[in-house]
Design a binder for this molecule. Structure first.
Ligand SMILES: [Zn+2]
Length: 246
């Protein structure tokens, strides 16, 4: 299995997005196969630069992915999109990105993504006025059927928060899923990203089949500093559960 951490899990725990790459290295460098460089705001992304230390760390991992910013930018035929892809390609040159994930509700023109030649994925989203059409397996499947060049990043929490269980996502979209945002939530309507080790046995049982999917699993939760050690527990749990699927 390939198991990684999104820097978005601990962005609150360091002063910068680069700092969170260093923090993942310090705490979990020897335990993970990959990392997702997570960006939300355009400004923090436009200012981001990898340093030599981060390049060395990322260079020895088995995969590096990037979550493209989804606030302050609309992807299409515009100057900001060109600037964003300039930066993504620069990062790609330094660390060979496995894929780049987008929130599809911020893409006005998908051909702008296709033209880059990068492996692009869209993520299933949680509920919200601007996210309609990007939440449920049937609508995502219909879109991906038209856009065969795109893949799917399956966010477990977003699915559960819409009341859709992993089993249904895997059945309907399993062949299009290229990575998983591994996280959980206890109930529909609740989109805060929890770890599996923070969740009830009933929720974990629903998620366990995802661990055996054979695609990169990226731990993506909302954690505070004192919760960082829980990531170590999550890594052991995911590895064990993937070895012994029910
Ligand atoms: Zn996600």
């Amino acid at each position: 299995m390939l198991l990684g951490i999104s820097t978005g899990s601990i962005w609150r725990c360091s002063e910068s997005r680069l700092g969170s790459v260093h923090l993942v290295e310090e705490k979990f460098g020897g335990l993970i196969d990959g990392i997702e460089l997570c960006f939300i705001e355009w400004n923090e992304f436009s200012e981001f630069e990898l340093d030599e230390r981060a390049k060395r760390f990322l260079g020895q991992l088995r995969f590096v992915s990037l979550h493209a910013p989804c606030s302050g930018i609309e992807y299409g035929n515009n100057r900001k999109t060109k600037q964003a892809f300039g930066k993504i390609k620069e990062i790609n040159k330094a660390v060979a990105l496995r894929h780049v994930t987008f929130h599809p509700n911020h893409v006005r023109d998908f051909s702008a993504l296709r033209k880059t030649g990068l492996r692009c994925l869209i993520e299933n989203l949680s509920d919200g006025e601007t996210r309609k059409g990007w939440q449920f397996p049937a609508e995502l499947k219909a879109f991906l059927k038209k856009e065969k060049w795109l893949g799917l990043c399956y966010d477990v929490n977003h699915g559960l928060s819409n009341g859709v269980e992993p089993k249904e996502f895997l059945e309907k979209l399993g062949s299009r899923i290229e990575c998983v945002h591994l996280n959980a939530t206890e109930r529909a309507g609740e989109a805060r990203h929890h770890l599996l080790v923070q969740s009830s046995a009933a929720v974990v049982e629903k998620i366990v089949p995802v661990l055996a999917l054979g695609k990169p699993l990226i731990i993506e939760a909302n954690l505070e500093k004192e919760q960082i050690p829980l990531i170590g527990k999550e890594i052991s749990f995911a590895r064990k559960a993937a070895e012994n699927p029910v």
